[in-house]
Design a protein around this ligand. Sequence first.
Ligand SMILES: [Zn+2]
Length: 88
Amino acid sequence: MKKTTNALTASKLYCDVFGHNYKMTKKVTFHVKEYTCKCCKKQLTTDSNGKLTELTPKFQEINSVLAKIYSNKMMRMKKRRSFQTTAA
Ligand SMILES: [Zn+2]
């Protein structure tokens, strides 16, 4: 006999009834964030249209690339800003 009832299915049922309890777990860029449901651990991410979608391995890959570009950009912006303040 297979046991199908566990804590995860119970919290999933809770999510189905009351909705997911998403918490932001990672800020990828200014617009793209990753969320995880506190109950069933379902993961979501913001897609290119700004909508929430399931965090598939494909999106995890995209997000890690985006995060790299984003941190490089932020570093360049910081440098430029400090240059402007010293110039002015
Ligand atoms: Zn959930």
